[in-house]
Design a protein around this ligand. Structure first.
Ligand code: CU
Length: 131
C-alpha cells in the first residue's frame, strides 16, 4: 500500500515535470530575454514588457498582441534595423502577429507606437542589444 502511494507520487511528479517542459517551450511569461519568443502586449498606452534584451546578430522573435481597443503598431525610428524591413507591425484590436528582428549594432534601440499621440502618452520601449 505504502509502496503504491510512492509509485503514484513519482508518476505525478514526472507528469508535472514533462508537462512543464512541453508547455515551457522557451516562452515563459515575463521573460524578455532574446533567443526564444517574446510576447509583447500592446494596449492603451503601453507595451508590456517594454524592455527587451538581445544580442548582436541573434534573431529575436516578437509575438505582438493587441489587447487594446485601438490600432497600435511597433516601429523602430532608428535606421539600424535589419530584419524589420517589409514586416507589417500595425495591428487591429484583438490581432496578434509574429515578427522577427535581428540587430547588427549594439546599444539601446528605441521602439514606439507611431499612431498619433501614442508615443507621447508613454507607448515606447527599447531593445538593449549586447555585443
Ligand atoms: Cu498605439
Amino acid at each position: 500500500m505504502k509502496r503504491l502511494a510512492w509509485f503514484a507520487l513519482v508518476i505525478v511528479v514526472l507528469g508535472v515535470g514533462i508537462a512543464a517542459l512541453l508547455l515551457g517551450g522557451g516562452r515563459g511569461p515575463g521573460s524578455s530575454t532574446g533567443g526564444g519568443m517574446i510576447e509583447i502586449v500592446m494596449e492603451e498606452m503601453r507595451f508590456t514588457p517594454n524592455r527587451i534584451d538581445a544580442r548582436v546578430d541573434q534573431a529575436i522573435v516578437l509575438r505582438l498582441v493587441n489587447r487594446g481597443a485601438q490600432r497600435h503598431d511597433l516601429i523602430f525610428p532608428s535606421l539600424h534595423m535589419p530584419g524589420l524591413e517589409g514586416q507589417e507591425a500595425i495591428l487591429e484590436p484583438g490581432e496578434t502577429r509574429t515578427i522577427s528582428l535581428r540587430f547588427d549594432t549594439p546599444g539601446e534601440h528605441t521602439f514606439l507606437c507611431s499612431l498619433p499621440g501614442h508615443a507621447a502618452a508613454g507607448m515606447t520601449g527599447a531593445v538593449f542589444v549586447r555585443p
